[in-house]
Design a protein around this ligand. Structure first.
Ligand code: ARG
Ligand code: ZN
Length: 885
């Protein structure tokens, strides 16, 4: 039942206009749709295929005449109408049940209000339609509903009429002047209130901005509004792109499958990415809101004005838009070190989530060749690796070249549904470059490895860097062709300064004052050697600066070289990277020791690592936000990826051991860092304050590893005195992961204080799910808590996903109880919400990397899910791929 990219054919009919009338009722909503269609020139047949799911077909008319039973067939989600004229008007009436829609796709209710989610294929749960992104039409929508229960009626575009229907009901008519694919359709109806502002664009035009929330949440919308205004300004300044509507709305909903949705003019958001005030939101929440508000806003051009021809091209809009939101956040911070911190955070996500995906059973190219369920392909590969691919154009073409490519892309394709090839062609043509080999980034899955070998010739004063690439097999792709990889390098002299770089192949260029200190080497062959001349002493190479390509770099450094790079590299990303390598090396060695039954020496002082950490911690010139990242050990799951046979408990033990060793060796320095990074006064989420809090709270977490009375007191007093959620939750987490006497009381009072705030209750569940004492039985117990619900995706994620993905040592309990729990929840979620179930199904992706006994237990759990009756295709695709690879 897979769909293949190679099978793409244009639609047989285009839709020109769509008019819809909704009679909104939670139990039975009626939708009358009138659309005008024109047969595609060159299309052979006269039959029209429309998709529809979980719908009742009430009426079907063609050019005003009822279509008889012999005029169409209906089954398996397809309505096929025969003998359709070249120009035709269809009237379709459907009936649907929003209250029973727990999939949260199409039209559904959340806390009594109506919402829609149509991407990717949700519109077909509202009416029968050629629900594919290359069919673009203009929409006019009339909403009718009870006035008291649903005072607010919203849809895409501009409000052109509203009024009373006399019978206790009212109506509103919305018109979207821009052609759009059906996946961008949206409506919202219910009891909502908004914060609104008029905002002046650079052109002088004024637009209305609104953030809609449930009553009682208006004290949590300011940050989203500020983020929206910053997004609008940034897209004007950086890309010359203006908001094309007079009105732009954001609506928050508590039941939502993903983060947010870029519906034209009516973005619908998970509350998690809208609601914030210091009491309930952390610094990370504030940053997440800023980037998601930006992301959805930027889609207005990259996604909506120029959309995807088919869903295989999803990364065309998602990879590009993630790149844009990453650049937006980096530009807002503004400082060099702030940009580096943002870059490190983004790369961390890539390594933590995308590298494993690329090495596992669900590995797929940035532009997949096939899928069973498109919802399974809203992945870190499509989004985050897709963003890295876009970033590489900018690295290859330069900022200006990239901007020219973007301009050309819009010049050529505004109003169209296009492909990743079209984007690449715009970049190539604008930059005057051959980017044909670059296509392999879209078609080949797997994370490439680049091996680095160097040779210094003292007599010739030359330095050689040999880069050799390879890419492991992935499902369906046993052999790979060489990629076009931009590798940014620098060379450090013994004083830690950047050397001027002169390639041997370049004529002249001996003027050292103009020689660059970072150079992008383009690796296109399996192996290439680059010669530098005038190299006065043997340098320490700094390779893949700023993570210039999404690859794994194999490079041999001594501990001393890593410490040197950590202290001196002008590239902040590689300074961080050197520290991570040093830590990873130590963690892997210790894990090996534990696996061999050796005891970890509690008093071992961590020499190389300890010295490097000490240097970072005591360097007052360093940005606290950078320090926090540099002093955080690689996560357990990142370490696991480095091992051939994963031993989760050993990794956990080692990471704690190292953290304790670093805590005790540097206790005084942690205390100093704690005290000197306090942020007294009113809370502000700005990056400088957030960076300080981050370092302070990291220091707290190290100190609490020592689990003594002073440490407990420090955490307890921070908990008691916090004036913001960042500090409060950090203190609570420190307490819960220690043996502090006050931990249970703190957990209980936290719940009492915040039980009215759903997003904070999520944090409360999540923190416990990931705590080191929390085992499978404790999680099952938490599921019985009155506040727990499997139906709400945020709540399910906060407890179940947090445990399965965020507590590896407990989840992988040797008796397999974690896997049984996982299977139970996948099966339960499968009937409620297949999309969420399929996400959870992926927690066992890497099952083949574990010891045989664990593998057996995981296989059994996978097979139990596979054997479940009426498995959704979402879950089935994930499980069957896991079992097959
Ligand atoms: N386009 C949305 C975004 O990236 C994601 C929506 C995906 N939703 C889904 N049900 N697959 O912001
Ligand atoms: Zn997106």
């Amino acid at each position: 039942q897979a769909i293949y990219r190679k099978d793409y054919t244009p639609p047989s009919y285009w839709v020109n206009t769509v008019e819809m009338g909704f009679d909104l009722d939670p139990d039975l909503t009626r939708v009358a749709t009138r659309m005008t269609l024109s047969r595609n020139i060159g299309s052979r047949g006269k039959s029209l295929v429309l998709y529809g799911e979980s719908l009742e077909l009430v009426q079907l008319r063609m050019n005003g005449k009822e279509v008889g039973k012999r005029g169409y067939t209906l089954g398996n989600g397809v309505l096929e109408i025969f003998n359709v004229p070249a120009e035709v008007t269809l009237d379709i009436e459907t009936a649907l049940r929003p209250n029973q829609n727990t999939s949260l796709m199409g039209l559904y209710t959340s806390n009594g209000n109506f919402f829609t989610q149509c991407e990717a294929e949700g519109f077909r749960k509202i009416t029968f339609f050629p629900d594919r992104p290359d069919v673009m039409a203009t929409y006019k929508v009339m909403l009718r509903a009870d006035k008291d229960k649903y005072p607010v009626l919203l849809s895409n575009g501009n409000l052109i009429e509203e009024g009373d229907l006399g019978d206790g009901r009212h109506y509103a008519v919305w018109e979207d002047p821009f052609k759009k694919p059906s996946y961008l359709f949206a409506l919202v109806a219910g009891q909502l209130v908004c914060q609104e502002e008029t905002y002046k664009l650079q052109s002088g035009r004024e637009v209305l901005l609104q953030v809609w929330v449930e009553e009682g949440n208006l004290d949590k919308t300011q940050h989203a509004m500020d983020s929206l205004k910053n997004s609008i300004r940034w897209d004007e300044e950086r890309f010359g792109l203006e908001l094309d509507l007079d009105r732009f709305m954001i609506v928050a909903v508590g039941d939502f499958n993903m983060g947010a949705m870029e519906n034209k003019g009516l973005n619908i958001f998970n509350t998690k990415f809208v609601l914030a005030n210091p009491r309930i939101a952390t610094d990370a929440d504030y940053a997440g809101i800023e980037s998601v508000v930006g992301h959805e806003y930027f889609h207005n051009w990259t996604g909506n004005r120029v959309t995807c021809r088919d869903w295989f091209q999803l990364s065309l809009k998602e990879g590009l838009t993630v790149f844009r939101d990453q650049e937006f956040s980096a530009d807002l911070i503004g400082t060099d070190s702030g940009r580096a911190v943002k870059r490190i955070e983004d790369v961390r996500v890539l390594r933590q989530a995308q590298f494993p995906e690329d090495a596992g059973p669900m590995a797929h190219p940035v532009r997949p060749d096939s899928y069973v369920e498109i919802n399974n392909f809203y992945t870190v590969t499509i989004y985050e690796k897709g963003s890295e691919v876009v970033r590489m154009y900018q690295t290859l073409l330069g900022r200006d070249g990239f901007r020219k490519g973007m301009d050309l892309y819009f010049q050529r394709h505004d109003g169209q549904a296009v492909t990743c090839d079209d984007f690449r062609a715009a970049m190539a043509d604008a930059g005057g470059r051959d980017l044909s080999q670059f296509e392999l980034w879209y078609s080949q899955a797997g994370t490439p490895r680049v091996k680095v070998e160097t040779r210094y010739d003292e007599v010739a004063q030359s330095y050689m860097i040999t880069l050799t690439q390879s890419c492991p097999p992935t499902p369906g792709q046993p052999n790979k062709l060489p990629f076009h990889i931009p590798v940014a390098v620098g060379l450090l002299d013994s004083g830690g300064r950047d050397m001027p770089l002169v390639l041997d192949s370049v004529e002249g260029g001996d003027d050292r004052s103009v020689a660059p200190t970072t150079m992008v080497l383009e690796l296109t062959e399996p192996s290439q050697t680059f010669h530098f001349r005038n190299v006065r002493e043997e340098p320490v190479p700094s390779v893949l600066r700023n993570f210039s390509a999404p690859v794994i770099l194999d490079i041999e450094y001594t501990d001393a070289q890593l410490a040197f790079l950590m202290a001196n590299d002008s590239d902040a990303f590689n300074r961080w990277e050197a520290g991570q390598r040093l830590a990873m090396r130590r963690m892997l060695a210790l894990t090996e020791a534990v696996k061999n039954g050796e005891a970890l020496d509690r008093n071992a002082d961590e020499n190389a690592l300890g010295a490097a950490f000490r240097a970072t911690l005591t360097d007052n010139a360093l940005d606290p936000a950078f320090c926090e990242l540099a002093l955080t050990l690689p996560s357990e799951s990142v370490v696991a990826e480095q091992m051939d046979v994963v031993h989760p408990q050993a990794i956990h033990q080692v990471r704690r051991f190292l953290r304790r060793a670093l805590a005790s060796a540097l206790r005084f320095q942690w205390e100093v860092a704690y005290q000197s990074n306090r942020t007294p006064g009113a809370y502000s989420p700005d990056p400088v304050s957030a960076g300080k809090r981050g370092l302070k709270n990291l220091a707290l977490s190290y100190i609490v590893e020592l689990d003594d009375g002073d440490a407990h007191k420090l955490a307890q007093s921070q908990y008691d005195n916090a004036n913001n959620m960042t500090d409060r939750i950090a203190a609570l987490s420190a307490l819960v992961n220690s043996n502090a006497p006050g931990k249970d009381a703190a957990l209980a009072s936290f719940y009492e204080d915040f039980k009215q705030e759903a997003l904070v209750v999520d944090k409360w569940f999540s923190l416990q799910a990931m705590a080191r004492h929390t085992d499978v039985a404790a999680v099952r117990e938490l599921m019985n808590h009155p506040a727990f619900s499997l139906r709400n995706p945020n709540r399910a994620r906060s407890l179940i996903f947090s445990f399965c993905n965020g507590n590896p040592a407990q989840f992988h309990a040797p008796d397999g109880s974690g896997y049984e729990f996982w299977a139970d929840q996948v099966i339960a979620l499968n009937t409620i919400n297949p999309q969420v179930a399929a996400r959870l199904a992926r927690s066992l992706d890497r099952w083949r990397k574990y010891a045989p006994e664990l593998q057996d237990r995981m296989r059994a759990a996978l097979q139990r899910v596979a054997a479940t009756k009426s498995l959704s295709k979402d879950v089935h695709e994930v499980i069957s791929k896991s079992l097959a690879h």
